[in-house]
Design a protein around this ligand. Structure first.
Ligand code: SF4
Length: 162
């Protein structure tokens, strides 16, 4: 059975910067959870952050791919450079995906770690641009297929092909 690495906050775990979760209510989540298919993971906690924590964004409209290439930085709202913790969280997410043999990931969009379709633009004003977060970029680069919640049905279709 193919497993899915899933953002812990999508399962309701209170791991976000604001101390809350962001549960995704969907019958597929219930089904996959009961099948034991879901591997819950929060890259930012794994990278060493606490909850709650200052929000952080990838600066200057860069992307997670740029961060991994050493050409982008992740900065929190107080101006601290937290790039290394984001990269460490991504590395640990990849290690977990490999250990649990996750071919797929379902990650919340917008996050500088988990975003796969779009991410916040670094201005802390709610604006987004197209691009992936650091964890989504690293997983994708190593063959883990990453889906955003809006594409959950497309992920389900991929599973049914296996
Ligand atoms: Fe959720 Fe991912 Fe942010 Fe953790 S890093 S709180 S799993 S969006």
């Amino acid at each position: 059975m193919d497993k899915i690495l899933i953002s812990a906050c999508l399962l309701g775990a209170p791991v976000r910067y604001d101390g809350k979760g962001k549960p995704l209510a969907h019958p597929l989540i219930d089904r996959w959870r009961s099948q034991g298919r879901l591997v819950s993971f929060c890259p930012e906690l794994a990278g060493g952050f606490q909850t709650p924590r200052p929000p952080a964004e990838i600066a200057d409209e860069a992307t997670g791919d740029a961060v991994l290439a050493g050409e982008g930085r992740v900065i929190d709202i107080d101006g601290a450079d937290v790039t290394e913790m984001f990269v460490e969280g991504a590395r640990r997410a990849l290690a977990m995906a490999r250990a649990e043999r996750c071919r797929y990931a379902l990650l919340i969009d917008g996050s500088p770690s988990c975003g796969s379709l779009n991410i916040y633009d670094g201005r802390f004003s709610g604006g987004r641009h197209a691009g992936r977060g650091v964890t989504a970029a690293l997983l994708s680069a190593h063959g883990v297929e990453v889906f955003a919640p809006v594409d959950i049905d497309r992920l389900a279709a991929r599973l049914s092909l296996d």
